[in-house]
Design a binder for this molecule. Structure first.
Ligand SMILES: Cc1cc2nc3c(=O)[nH]c(=O)nc-3n(C[C@H](O)[C@H](O)[C@H](O)COP(=O)(O)OP(=O)(O)OC[C@H]3O[C@@H](n4cnc5c(N)ncnc54)[C@H](O)[C@@H]3O)c2cc1C
Length: 385
């Protein structure tokens, strides 16, 4: 194999993969390198909700353009994208106020949004409880994906469509340095690759490369609890179902003028303490993904989050889920922990070294929605377009 490339990308999660896609479209010869035999981090452990409506200003734009790109790829190759929309269910007056304000913001952006009454919601999603659902805001154009399929299908699509992309798995990159006009990266098996540039999209891995930089970066790791029920084909809950605590949490609602005045009612305080908000996503096999919670540790101490699940958190999630829907949420088939990197002040971490090595990581909880759109902006900036 000729080991010189225009661009090396470290990390084949969603962020690295979409950087590879946009670079390949510019005819760059790209090598995408992944340490594991297949990606197994945040890009496969997520909900698969593609929800630009939850994003704040710039990131809304990346989400909306990402939505278009997902649709366009899906029309050529099945990457598991479905168009069932997203709905935010308001359970009290404060949440209703916020969905009305978000509707006004979205109308101003020309982004289709529809307010639904309780009856309209129950007709569309009979598995919702009418006593919880006071009103809702629906975004019919939004998409969802099967998280355990999307990234693998994207890789297949890239390899089929772009002869200028190579993907190499089972290759942990342990060295990356500028040498004259080139970047040299070295794998754990001492294999060397060179390129004009490298992009590092290494997710929550901070030790193999640039450990010092990451230690000082202010990156925080978030641990999430996720549960999946047994298959329940009769449960009518298509699309991305987001509920009251999500309205109280997502960035787009922070832009509403009433947001600073909203107080947390007593019955939600324990849930808020664990960063819990309740989301549902029905998978193609009829199982329902339910989550999630958020616990945090600095990048240097991410191990402290552990890998086990705190059953108390799972019970809080299921109890609140049971207030929202009328099927048996306790019929859990499996559960897992997911981790993503984020920054408390920045929307993403971008570090450029000698204009040759470009670190792009800590995209937070919005990576499945925004990576497709953000990576185009990032590639254009890296190549001064
Ligand atoms: C439970 C959960 C639910 C979520 N739900 C949603 C959702 O519904 N919608 C949404 O928009 N977002 C969601 N997210 C967020 C989204 O999943 C992440 O933002 C996104 O997957 C991050 O992608 P990434 O490519 O940066 O990181 P990762 O997926 O972690 O990928 C990084 C890759 O780099 C590889 N790597 C690291 N270091 C090296 C190295 N030195 N050499 C080679 N390879 C390396 C890793 O093995 C890994 O495969 C969720 C996240 C979690 C955890």
């Amino acid at each position: 194999m000729n080991k010189h490339f225009d661009l090396l990308i470290v990390g084949a999660g969603i962020l690295g993969t979409f950087h590879a896609y946009h670079a390949a479209k510019l005819n760059k010869k790209v090598l995408l390198l992944e340490k594991d035999r297949f990606p197994m981090q945040a890009s496969v452990r997520n909900f698969g909700q593609i929800v630009p409506s939850g994003m704040s200003t710039n990131w809304f734009g990346y989400g909306a353009s990402g939505n278009e790109l997902y649709n366009s790829i899906q029309s050529e190759f099945d990457i598991s994208i479905r168009n069932n929309g997203s709905v935010y269910i308001a359970s009290d007056l404060d949440e209703q106020q916020l969905i009305h304000e978000l509707k006004t913001i979205m109308d101003g952006r020309g982004y289709e949004a529809e307010l639904l009454t309780t009856n309209q919601c129950i007709n569309k999603w009979p598995s919702l409880k009418s006593e919880y659902c006071k009103e809702a805001l629906y975004f019919p154009q939004e998409l969802s994906a099967e998280p355990e399929k999307l990234i693998f299908r994207l890789h297949q699509y890239l390899l089929k469509k772009y002869k200028n992309i190579t993907i190499q798995f089972d290759t942990a990159i342990v060295g990356c340095e500028v040498a004259g006009e080139k970047v040299i990266v070295t794998s754990h098996l001492h294999e060397k690759f060179t390129a004009d540039k490298a992009i590092i999209c290494s997710g929550t891995e901070f030790k193999l490369l640039f450990n010092n930089l990451f230690s000082e970066s202010g990156i925080v790791v978030s641990k999430l609890h996720m549960l999946r029920t047994v298959a329940m084909p009769n449960v009518a809950l298509e699309g991305n179902i987001l509920t009251g605590l999500t309205i109280r949490r997502y960035e787009s609602f922070e832009e509403c003028k009433s947001f600073p005045k909203i107080k947390t009612p007593a019955h939600l305080q324990e849930l808020k303490k664990w960063g819990i908000h309740i989301l549902f996503k029905k998978a193609i096999d009829g199982s329902i993904i339910i989550g999630d919670s958020h616990e945090y540790a600095s990048a240097q101490q991410a191990e402290d989050l552990g890998f086990l699940q705190n059953e108390y958190i799972n019970q809080l999630i299921l109890q609140e889920a049971g207030r929202i829907v009328n099927f048996e949420v306790n019929r859990v088939a499996t559960s897992w922990s997911g981790f993503y990197a984020q920054h408390s002040e920045k929307d993403i971490v971008e570090i450029d070294l000698e204009n040759k090595i470009h670190i792009r990581t800590a995209i937070g909880g919005k990576g499945m929605t925004t990576s497709a759109g953000y990576s185009k902006h990032s590639i254009d900036k890296i190549y001064n377009l």
